[in-house]
Write a protein that binds this ligand. Sequence first.
Ligand SMILES: N[C@@H](CCC(=O)N[C@@H](CS)C(=O)NCC(=O)O)C(=O)O
Length: 218
Amino acid sequence: MKLIGHYLSPFTRRVGVSLHALGVPFELQFTSTVQTPEKVRMHNPLVRIPALVLDDGEALVESYAILDEIDQMVGPDRALVPPSGRQRRRVMQVTAIALASMDKQQWAFYERRFRPEEKVHQPWIDHNESQSLGGLRRLEELTAHAGSGWVAGTPRLSQADITTAVVVSFIMLIRPELKQQLPHLCRFTDRCEALPAFKSAPMPPSQPGRPGYVQLPG
Ligand SMILES: N[C@@H](CCC(=O)N[C@@H](CS)C(=O)NCC(=O)O)C(=O)O
């Protein structure tokens, strides 16, 4: 299998970490929507990363749908989202909050990244950032409550832990000033980042003196 994308993308990285956590073999094929859009389009008509190309050539898109298929591949006993009941609901909900926090941060980030300076609308950035912060504060409460356990209260690592930690690592790269407000969430993220599955799918380092600026290879 080939994972199309790169690990600065939290959506790609949560798939990479999940594959490593489950021991499913794959190859990361570095592809960027900005630098190599045609290579992305070959696998995803929306020209977004990630895509997962299966061994028979079929390409899957959208991280939630890719992760659902990976859970199907490994079966209900190993799946990162529990198959049913209260634990499934909690894992789905925590994952949804983490992912929505990322979506809103991305909307704010893209406003500055893709619009000419004179067309950037600061109130829209503020609106999205405050929605994202709402989600992050909820995750802060959940990780404070979880202590040394997992964020959704599961007995082992779940998709809620992977998505939360991957999202928080990315957000702290672009908004390091938030760290002070979210101490439990940052500690939880550090704990996850120390796990082999996270280390095997590392986020590219930020350039010194330019937080959030990462030179993509290729
Ligand atoms: N909902 C998508 C989001 C994917 C996404 O936004 N990926 C970003 C990179 S982090 C991307 O491809 N952006 C290019 C664009 O949307 O134009 C998923 O979960 O896979």
